[in-house]
Design a protein around this ligand. Structure first.
Ligand code: PMV
Length: 326
């Protein structure tokens, strides 16, 4: 059967950086994220006895060899679970630039997991889908459930998964994403995770994670924007400090990245309350309250050479949709 799914990217408020089990993608700590309603991947999957080999396309073109192998590996997991051995055709489309700090692997593997399992005749629970998506890309486990999501760290394959803390309507926050380059990042997050433990700052970071997760969850319950904002900005800088001090060092920022981070802090002093966060890339995510997002969007768009500004409220998780890509 041909099935199409749509899944959102997510922005980590408290980040995942480093794994305790690379093959199972078990994280060194839990994390918390918000799904992005306006930033998503759509994926159509069909298993058929007529296909001689797996075919994977993105935006109408053949996906690169390495990425394609990662998708085929995920299809193999689904085939094994469903007890089918048909080859598949997969076509996928992102509505945002890839590899620039918007997590395309999160939305991509979440959409692939939902579409492929349904297409293979499986009917998994949300938790099972999240666990399976995690094997494709860690942060993908957070793009399965709705709204604000916690990735429960866990200590085994079955106990590490994303669960919804609140539906998207819980709090009118907006992530205003400022894309500063069209070039893909030079160091993949998979490589970054694998060398996180070479940073002298990793151990103190991990020791502080439970307290940070607690603070962010409390800010989410109370809708305390200042507390949330201060926590997430500090958290992004903390993770990037680990990246920069790992061996070899990873520096994802570009001059524009720093210009925007400083502008956000300056605007805040002038009364526009918003906070920045960054995943593994040069893209800056600026989190604001609904009432301020238009002003913020305008200010960010005015920063010279900013490639694109995308404002996104919290979004639903992965869903089946009707329109197929082939
Ligand atoms: O899931 P991955 O391997 O793409 O890692 C994501 C890592 C960060 O985006 C930097 C942080 C996070 O929690 O999403």
């Amino acid at each position: 059967m041909k099935i199409t799914a749509r899944a959102p990217a997510n922005i980590a408020l408290i980040k995942y950086w480093g794994k305790k089990d690379a093959a199972l993608r078990l994280p060194l700590s839990g994390s918390v994220s918000m799904n992005l309603d306006k930033v998503y991947t759509i994926t159509t999957v069909e298993f058929s006895p007529l296909f001689k080999e797996d075919q994977v396309g993105i935006g109408g073109e053949k996906l690169g060899e390495k990425e394609s192998q990662r998708v085929v590996k995920h299809l193999d997991r689904v085939r094994k679970m469903a007890g089918v051995d048909h080859k598949a055709r997969v076509e996928t489309k992102n509505n945002f630039p890839k590899g620039t700090g918007i997590a395309s692997s999160a939305s991509g593997f979440a959409a692939l997991t939902l579409a492929a399992t349904k297409s293979a005749g499986l009917d998994l629970t949300e938790r099972e889908l999240s666990i399976l998506a995690r094997l494709g890309s860690g942060s993908a486990c957070r793009s399965i459930p709705d709204g604000f999501v916690e990735w429960v760290e866990g200590n085994s394959h079955q106990t590490s998964y994303g669960r919804s803390l609140y539906p998207p309507g819980h709090w009118g926050l907006v992530d205003v994403v400022a894309v500063v380059t069209k070039e893909e990042k030079k160091v993949s997050s998979t490589r970054g995770h694998s060398q996180a433990d070479t940073s002298p700052f990793l151990a103190p970071r991990i020791r502080g994670m439970a307290a940070k997760i607690k603070r962010v969850k409390e800010a989410l319950v109370a809708k305390d924007f200042t507390s949330l904002g201060e926590a997430i900005e500090a958290e992004a800088l903390n993770m990037h400090a680990v990246m920069m001090t790992s061996v070899p060092p990873i520096l994802y920022w570009l001059p524009k990245t720093i210009e925007i981070m400083l502008a956000v802090q300056r605007w805040r002093q002038e009364g526009l309350e918003s906070y920045f966060t960054l995943d593994a890339g040069a893209t800056v995510h600026v989190i604001a309250q609904e009432k301020d997002h238009l002003v913020l969007e305008k200010k960010l768009s005015k920063i010279e050479e900013t490639k694109r500004v995308i404002a996104s409220p919290p979004g639903l998780g992965a869903r089946i949709v009707k329109d197929h890509l082939f």
